[in-house]
Design a protein around this ligand. Structure first.
Ligand SMILES: Nc1nc2c(c(=O)[nH]1)N[C@H]1C(S)=C(S)[C@@H](COP(=O)(O)O)O[C@H]1N2
Ligand SMILES: [Mo]
Length: 252
């Protein structure tokens, strides 16, 4: 089957099964096309699978809405954070001069980049909304480098399927598929609005994933791991938030 007819076939199949025999059957199709989310197993599993598979198969992976400068929130809302740990405080005291982003896993050339290394990558900015699952949101300009630039520089291996990303906060880690990792608005950000990214907003380095809810935009990023399976990370659900009962795929 060529790509278009396969897509039509899958579209018809997903739509029919979702309407007629329930979401569970959609799982069969999703499995067939490798679109099972890591949290597709539990009681909400069939629903999570349908959401994720439908997004990836039926929708064009479009851009998150970008706003005019005049709509940047005057008072952006920094969500509450746990107290900073000693490792973070040491970095803060030295002006983040020794902060590193390591890139490992399924890449040809694992790397460890400083913030100034990151600033030498192509720069992109976007004015997008941070949307928390608790119901609030704000608009800000985010400045950084597309995640894919950094991944490509390390040489993604062909079997790569997910990028797992870790905060210096041990309880904060998340993952996205390669579609989101390649998405032009998925940025490793080091600046926001008119200045360096403040610690309250995730400075010195935050991964912004504007196509998903706020909890996927993890603050204080220190490590990226490229993998073909999420099974060996934590409980295998793809992130700390999925382990806490939220959806792994939180598309907006
Ligand atoms: N490391 C880390 N990243 C985090 C969080 C956190 O507590 N620690 N909170 C998340 C949640 S639940 C949301 S909604 C957003 C909030 O972003 P904001 O503070 O810019 O509003 O950050 C996300 N990233
Ligand atoms: Mo949130």
């Amino acid at each position: 089957m060529n790509k278009i007819s396969r897509r039509r076939f899958v579209t018809a199949g997903l739509a029919a099964t979702a309407g007629v025999s329930g979401v569970a059957v959609a799982g069969t199709l999703a499995r067939r096309y490798g679109l099972l989310p890591p949290d597709g197993g539990g009681i909400y599993g069939p629903g999570e699978t349908l959401t994720y598979a439908a997004q990836r198969l039926l929708m064009r992976h479009s851009l998150a809405r970008e706003f005019p400068r005049s709509m940047i929130s005057k008072v952006p809302f920094a969500n509450e954070l746990a107290p900073f740990n000693d490792a973070f405080k040491r970095h803060q005291a030295s002006g983040f001069a020794n902060w590193r982003l390591s890139i490992d896993g399924m890449v040809a050339r694992p790397a460890s980049l400083s913030l100034s290394d990151l600033r030498s990558f192509p720069v992109r900015s976007q004015i997008t909304e941070v949307v928390c699952e608790e119901g609030w949101s704000y608009v800000a300009e985010w400045i950084g480098t597309p995640l894919i630039e950094v991944l490509n520089a390390s040489g993604l291996l062909p079997q790569a399927r997910y990028v797992v990303y870790f905060s210096i906060e041990p309880d904060w880690w998340e993952s996205i598929d390669l579609a989101d990792a390649r998405h032009p608005q998925t940025l490793l950000t080091y600046a926001m609005n008119d200045g360096d990214l403040a610690v309250g907003f995730g400075g010195p380095l935050r991964l912004r994933v504007p196509r998903q809810l706020g909890y996927k935009s993890v603050k204080f990023i220190t490590r990226l791991t490229v993998t073909d399976s999420l099974k060996s990370f934590g409980k295998g659900l793809g992130g700390a938030n999925a382990e806490g009962g939220y959806a792994w795929y939180a598309g907006i």
